[in-house]
Design a protein around this ligand. Structure first.
Ligand code: SF4
Length: 376
């Protein structure tokens, strides 16, 4: 199995909370696409398996690419890979790009899953986030996507917005249900360093998110989801039966993937690689014939810690035997931690093997993972 991720590093506006890699200078789009072609050629040998199961256009805002540009990316990939079996090809898109014509054109493309960056249905919140769309565009984008047959539809929502009551977030969740959207991701608002939001909070111009409100909304979400037919199959991801995201599930399960574009990460089954997070340097190096890749060689310790960190977030949890096969020396701390976490009510253990976070444990998931993790 193998996947391809393509990072499209452009956005129409900078959202205040965002720390992803993007530029609002769309004038460099053509230069970026030329560099991307070079990267696809140069990294031809990265994946040994040429049959691709999933493709994911992420960003940034991939919907800044017009249908012709998307088709050109596919044609370039066709020179190196067999995409004919790719069951899931996702395009992240913002509502302001998803007008009826664009969506209709996408139905003729190989994109079969849309991931729409809704974040909120509330205009006050959208404005506060400096999103490039308004709620009316969000509603229309969903309606047209469903009308034109994008059954595989997912949206992103953000909770824990300062001053927004849980009742308002609850109303947004109900919208998902009313539309019958089969998958959604919900993320707590976090204040990342070097973002406009962090700057404004530091200057006293904004309140930071209140931990109690964030916890309250996450608990509400975890209770609401199963009663509305959604499985919380990953801590931030919710799906109706049969609609789990295949591409992200492959990441979480250690399937190799090639990441193309500035800041994109790759995994070859043994080591991790990432591209430079700078559009100009990415383009310059590729056009000169080299890549800007950095590599982290994964040690058994890294692999063990990644398994804990990723696995605990999944509904399936982690397996004691699998973890200790990765790092046999971790057994003493592993069993001690399991006993402690069980006493705290943060995990459940099935068959003496399968360790899963309880709902209470999901509120402190990072802490639980850190207790299992090992250091050099
Ligand atoms: S559209 Fe997405 S990637 Fe772009 S700035 Fe906003 S949150 Fe970040």
């Amino acid at each position: 199995m193998a996947g391809i991720y393509i990072h499209i590093p452009f956005c129409r506006k900078a959202c205040t909370y965002c720390n992803f890699h993007f530029s609002t200078n769309l004038d460099r789009k053509a230069e970026f696409l030329s560099a991307l072609w070079r990267e696809i050629d140069l990294r031809d040998s990265f994946l040994t398996d040429k049959k691709i199961d999933t493709v994911y256009f992420g960003g940034g805002t991939p919907s800044v690419l017009n249908p012709g540009e998307l088709e050109a990316v596919f044609q370039k990939l066709d020179e190196h890979y067999d995409l004919s079996h790719a069951a899931e090809i996702t395009l992240e898109a913002n509502p302001d790009d998803l007008d009826e014509t664009y969506i209709r054109q996408l139905t003729d493309s190989r994109i079969n899953r849309l991931s729409i960056g809704i974040q909120s249905f509330n205009d006050r919140v959208l404005k506060w986030m400096n999103r490039s769309h308004e709620s009316a565009q969000a509603h229309r984008a969903i309606e047209w996507s469903l009308k034109y047959g994008f059954e595989q539809l997912t949206i992103d929502l953000i909770y824990g917005v300062p001053g927004r009551p849980t009742a308002e977030f609850a109303a947004e969740l109900e919208r998902i249900n009313e539309y019958g959207i089969p998958h959604f991701s919900a993320y707590a608002l976090t204040v990342e360093p070097k973002t406009l939001l962090a700057h404004r909070i530091k200057k006293g111009l904004e309140k930071p998110p209140a931990a109690e409100e964030t916890v309250d909304q996450f608990e509400f979400l975890m209770n609401w989801a199963p009663s509305s037919g959604y499985e919380q199959y990953e801590i931030s991801n919710f799906a109706r039966p049969g609609f789990r995201a295949q591409h992200n599930s492959s990441y979480w399960n250690g399937v190799p993937y090639l990441g193309l574009g500035p800041s994109a990460h790759s995994f070859d089954g043994k080591n991790r690689y990432w591209n430079i997070s700078n559009n100009a340097l990415y383009c310059r190096e590729l056009i000169a014939g080299s890549t800007s890749l950095e590599m982290e060689k994964l040690t058994p310790l890294n692999i063990f810690n990644e398994y804990i960190m990723t696995g605990l977030r999944l509904a399936e949890g982690i397996q004691r035997e699998k973890a200790l096969n990765l790092l046999p020396g971790a057994a003493k701390n592993f069993d001690h931690t399991s006993a402690e976490m069980l006493r705290s009510g943060w995990i459940a253990i099935e068959d003496g093997q399968h360790i899963k976070l309880t709902q209470k444990g999901k509120l402190v998931a990072d802490y639980v993972a850190s207790e299992y993790m090992e250091v050099d």
